[in-house]
Design a protein around this ligand. Sequence first.
Ligand code: CAA
Length: 276
Amino acid sequence: MGETWFPPRDRGEAEEGGRLSVSVAFDAGVAVVTIDRQDALNALDLPTLTELRDRLRELADDAGARVVVLTGAGEKAFAAGADIKYMSGLDVGEAKEWGALGHEAGRLLETMPKPTIAAVNGFALGGGCELALACDLRYAARTAKLGQPEINLGIIPGWGGTQRLARATTLGYAKELIFTGRVVDADEAERRGLVNAVFEPADLLAKTMEVATLLASKSLVALAAAKAACNRALQGGHAENLEAEVASFGKLFATEDAKEGMTAFVEKREPNFVGR
Ligand code: CAA
């Protein structure tokens, strides 16, 4: 972690007087969002998920946050899913709203115009795995365990898992994990494309920050265009998506960053991107 690491800015009193369970810390343009409910393995109850959604909304519009990293506090869990005690009391209407709130958080991670990276430091189960799947990149500690065990509760993944797990891996593998509830270790997750790479637990955050800092040094406007174009890859029509790519590629030639990037190459120097 760099020396410019600031203490989380959002620590304080939650609405009911408790400590906030989602913190945001900034390091050289990287916002690190930490889910912190360690007594429940960072499972997300209503205040925690609402807070996470709110922080993600802010970060989506925050020019100071060039890259967003999502992780869990402590060594045991990224997030052990939706809070089952909270969910056990929901009726149909409330469960739909609960699902929609998780979807909102997932959509923000998936579509905000900057890279999002999950640092999966332990259990990423159910909704925890789904939030990781909504991120652009996923890195895992060798001790991490991932899965969609909702079937064991008589329900199904409700925060995007039935769609994003298949898109990240294969439909057959997604069905296997979702139908059986089998939890997999980090090495299997890497082999199957569920995570991009696996690191020793003590190195996970530093390695994730290396990638995040690298991305923060690139052209933000080009990264946003790359993310939007890549997000189309598994949806819609191929021909239309290729047309959208070339339109976006062309538009970038009006940016200062494109001029700077190509001029810097020709002049044999490092580019200095300004995000426009
Ligand atoms: N909700 C609420 N509390 C949870 C929780 C969850 N998802 N996961 C863990 N906890 C709590 C436990 O109840 C326990 O609390 P108490 O000490 O008060 O009893 C504490 O966290 C520690 O957990 P364990 O004692 O169970 O720890 P363990 O190391 O023995 O087991 C575990 C770890 C295998 C992750 C186990 O806790 C577990 O199976 N958790 C549930 C995982 C799960 O099913 N997640 C999916 C939730 S459904 C969902 O997410 C729906 C959706 O798609 C949106």
